[in-house]
Design a binder for this molecule. Structure first.
Ligand code: ADP
Length: 494
């Protein structure tokens, strides 16, 4: 391969490698930023959910407190009224009311809760409320102005069940999509889940604000439906598409390489062809000229020699005609302009015509001839001139490629629906790997034995074309050093 072609291939290969690396790097980057985006979105979602829960809980507490306020303003403190209020406010499971002197007003006979010590004195003066953490529970302490006997401290302990039912289920229950939101307690155990977690993976957790200081919200992604899974699938798809692209590029490169190689070889064969044909034309022409001039000058004394010279001229001009016919027919075939007049014709006369044409060179080179035409051979469906030309090419080759053992076998027989004409020699033979290629145009086997022989490389291509135009075929059976047998199959006339 030439240097420039090597360079082009190197460039395409380098471009492909760069493309592959870029593709891989951008895939990794895309994956990383998609992951980041996913985490950000998840965080936003969880933060929003936490805020919603907190707002809902504060609102519920606010409502409970104001109804308690109303209760304490309007009536004297009756335990039944508080029981009634508790029934309507299931968010709290323990309620203690204490006056400023530390006496427990409700539940009747109850002990003051330990938390009392943690209530800052300012709360009594300022009023208002405060969330206090006791263990992992949140207690709401609020000073409510009472109707009689001064302000009352209400210590409300939240009921986990009440929070789950009235707040969490209502705010987180309507979540769409495969994502699971869960509320975890101080130990990280789920208190509430928006749907069964199963084997979902925890993506992140976010703490609540002051209203729920020990709990957290967590977001889970089901294993299969997570957007990370989506991402992985997309990445796989991308990788697959990209690999396919690389394969296509590689195939394209391979194909281009082959085309270029073929083209180069074809160009070389064509230029060889021109040289070979010119050489082939020159030899008979110079013979004709030499013998013609000798005769013209009257330098040939006896009649027998003169006759021989005439024969040489005729033979060489026949050879020239054959050669030119071959080249012309070949170019006509290449241009698609070759027409055959196919009809039923006997085969035997055709074989004799071909032998007649070669009688002189056969005799001169001392060839032994074996001709065998089956007695009841049917007519063949053919263009006799074309088949004659094909046979002439095969016989010419048999002559050209025979060295010591000179035998030409020409036979014709029937095989099923075919008339098979066989041309056999005991010449140099054809190497097994070349048997197919010799029928390609311009192809000549380059080896020492044939270096001296003349030829254009189109003879067998023409034979093959003629055979196929008749619906038949040409095959070869050859052993190097032992000879070759060519078989021309022509259809039997109906
Ligand atoms: P050419 O003009 O070179 O003879 P052909 O197309 O007739 O071209 O043949 C192609 C090649 O096949 C030849 O160059 C030769 O190497 C090989 N070949 C053809 N016929 C024979 C044969 N009878 N014996 C050995 N080799 C042959």
């Amino acid at each position: 391969m030439s240097r420039s072609r090597l360079f082009i291939f190197g460039a395409v290969l380098a471009a492909t490698v760069i493309l592959a690396v870029l593709g891989y790097v951008s895939l990794r980057q895309w994956q990383a930023s998609a992951e980041l985006l996913f985490r950000e979105q998840s965080r936003d979602m969880v933060t929003m959910a936490a805020e919603k829960v907190e707002m809902a809980i504060l609102k519920a507490e606010e409502e409970s407190l104001s109804s308690l306020h109303v209760l304490l303003m309007t009536a004297e403190l009756r335990p039944e009224a508080i029981e009634d209020w508790r029934g309507k406010n299931p968010l709290f499971d323990r309620v203690t009311l204490i006056d400023h002197q530390g006496r427990v007003l409700y539940p009747p006979g109850g002990d003051p809760p330990a938390i009392l010590r943690e209530i800052p004195e300012g709360l009594w003066d300022r009023g208002g409320r405060r969330h206090l953490v006791v263990g992992d529970q949140v207690v709401l302490a609020a000073v409510i102005p009472g109707a009689t006997g001064g302000p009352v401290l209400a210590v409300l302990e939240r009921s986990v069940e009440g929070v789950k039912r009235d707040v969490l289920a209502k705010t987180l229950g309507g979540l769409e999509g495969p994502t699971v939101l869960a509320v975890l307690d101080a130990e990280g155990e789920p208190l509430y889940v928006s749907r069964p977690i199963d084997n979902a993976r925890r993506v992140l957790t976010v703490a609540f604000g002051d209203a729920l200081p020990t709990w957290r919200v967590a977001l889970y992604q089901p294993a299969g439906a997570s957007s990370r899974g989506d991402m992985r699938r997309q990445a796989m798809l991308f990788m697959a598409a990209f690999s396919l692209l690389l394969v296509v590029i590689a195939l394209g490169l391979g194909a281009t390489y082959r085309v270029i190689r073929r083209e180069t070889e074809m160009a070389r064969l064509k230029s060889d062809f021109v040289a070979n044909v010119s050489h082939d034309l020159k030899t008979p022409l110079s013979l004709i000229r030499m013998f013609g001039e000798t005769l013209e000058l009257g330098r040939v004394p006896d009649e027998a020699t003169r006759r021989e010279y005439y024969a040489v001229i005729t033979r060489e001009s026949e050879r020239l005609t054959r050669l030119i016919d071959n080249v012309l027919d070949f170019s006509r075939i290449e241009g698609g302009g070759q027409r055959y007049e196919i009809g039923p014709h006997p085969v035997e006369p055709l074989i004799h015509d071909v032998l007649d044409a070669f009688r002189y060179p056969l005799a001169q080179r001392g060839f032994k001839l074996d001709v065998a035409v089956a007695p009841d051979l049917p007519d063949a469906l053919m263009d006799p001139d074309a088949i004659k030309q094909a046979l002439a090419n095969l016989v010419d080759n048999a002559l050209k490629y025979s060295t010591e053992r000179r035998r030409l076998g020409l036979s014709a027989r029937r095989e099923d629906d075919w008339v098979v004409i066989e041309v056999a020699d005991e010449g140099i033979g054809i190497p097994p790997g070349e048997a197919e290629r010799i029928f390609e145009k311009f192809y000549r086997i380059g080896r020492s034995e044939t270096l001296g022989t003349r030829g254009s490389g189109v003879g067998l291509a023409l034979v093959k074309h003629i055979a196929e135009a008749h619906g038949g075929r040409v095959t070869v059976d050859s052993r190097p050093g032992h000879g070759s047998r060519f078989f021309l199959y022509v259809p039997v006339a109906p």
